[in-house]
Ligand binder design. Sequence first.
Ligand code: AMP
Ligand code: MG
Length: 487
Amino acid sequence: MTVAPAPTVTLDNRFARELPELAVAWRAEGAPDPRLLVLNEPLARDLGLDPAALAAPEGLRLLTGAAVPAGATPVAQGYAGHQFGGYSPRLGDGRALLLGELVDAAGRARDLHLKGSGRTPWARGGDGLAAVGPMLREYVVSEAMHALGIPTTRSLAVVATGRGVRRETVLPGAVLARVAASHLRVGSFQYAGASGDTELLRRLADHAIARHYPEAAQAENPHLALFDAVLAAQASLVASWMLVGFVHGVMNTDNMTISGETIDYGPCAFMEGFDVAAVYSSIDEGGRYAYGNQPLVAEWNLARLAEALLPLFSDDQERAVELAMSSLGAYRPLHAAAWLNGMRAKLGLPAGLDDAVAAPLVNDLLELLQAARADFTSFFRDLARAARGQAEPVRGWFLDLAGIDSWLERWRALEPDADAMDRVNPVYIPRNERVEEALAAATAGDLAPLDQLLQVLARPYDERAGLERYAEPAAEGSGPYRRFCGT
Ligand code: AMP
Ligand code: MG
């Protein structure tokens, strides 16, 4: 009999060491009957972990937090956050643990983190647990985002615990093992800022600079340079969401990273029919986090980050506010440029095409898409067909044929490159019906639809025969899709 080796992993505890005020040493509850649902083998290898060892019993103990590698210090991280605009001074990981940091093949430090690993001192009324469905959902959507080239936390594994989780009904429980550039959030800075301990705030900012933006350390005002770097990363991140129709759903300041990675996939969804007011979260009644609001919300969140950092910008408060306002002023132009560059590429137009030509063309198109509620993903693939002389599929999305025809004429005159379009416009996104279908099957014990979906989404630009149903928009009349926040 061969005994599978225990995974060898060395975890640093730099966060816990440098920022003990934001870390509570803690242990996971462990799982009574762990069963591996999905393992990201390429990611495991990239982290220097042996997939076979992770899938073996000792590996599952690591992935559920039951076994802690020698020398590691798992911690629950403290942070604050504005949730739907209301400030919560003490949030923190209520059901998550940072196991520690490791170094990937590219030499980058990565957090290894568990979600659904049991109650922590931050759990308040929560049970500390997570259900199989939502953890698989985070796995599917985060890996789809990664394949689309969008900065995101990654998913290493989902392990069913064998423990029931009480929601509206009792659901099977799971732990997600997540990998991130770090778990520092806007809310981490709000927490340190609210403590009134400027030295803690400075230590946190220096930790963030060392980890994510080392070049900021050379700037005249390193903490302002940190803020500028986060702002630029978020301006570009949110533009990349908008370009694929991604709606995050809970852009609270505790769900916005300092690294510029997408984090915390809860009631998120990919928009199908184009609608700037698209909302998928059942608890977002006011549409605060609607598709079209996301750029503004990111700016609002960055203003909260600036507020927290003020004491580091300058000892003179007025000067600090002036500096913050001036930096914030860069957000809109940066976001607008990232969006317009992305749209130029989606439309197959040269990068050098004048904004004065590109911007009105894009804005007029958005009006047509909004009126038609055209499928945002299929539209661009059909548009590439139009660039090849086959205009009927794209015209099929519109009732206002005169409107789209005159737009198509303006666009064609710019000589769009159809092949370039197909390289940036995905065929496959995690469509809500396909995701729900795969999660329902997996929850009931059949993992085949999940495996198939993951394979489809891993190559989003590569159209393959036999996968038509993954590219199909939801049937008309299926009603607005709602994600419930019972994650
Ligand atoms: P989220 O909206 O998932 O980003 O979570 C917001 C906050 O609620 C975070 O502090 C979470 O740790 C906490 N939380 C969410 N679900 C649970 C749960 N089931 N048990 C304990 N804490 C939770
Ligand atoms: Mg969160």
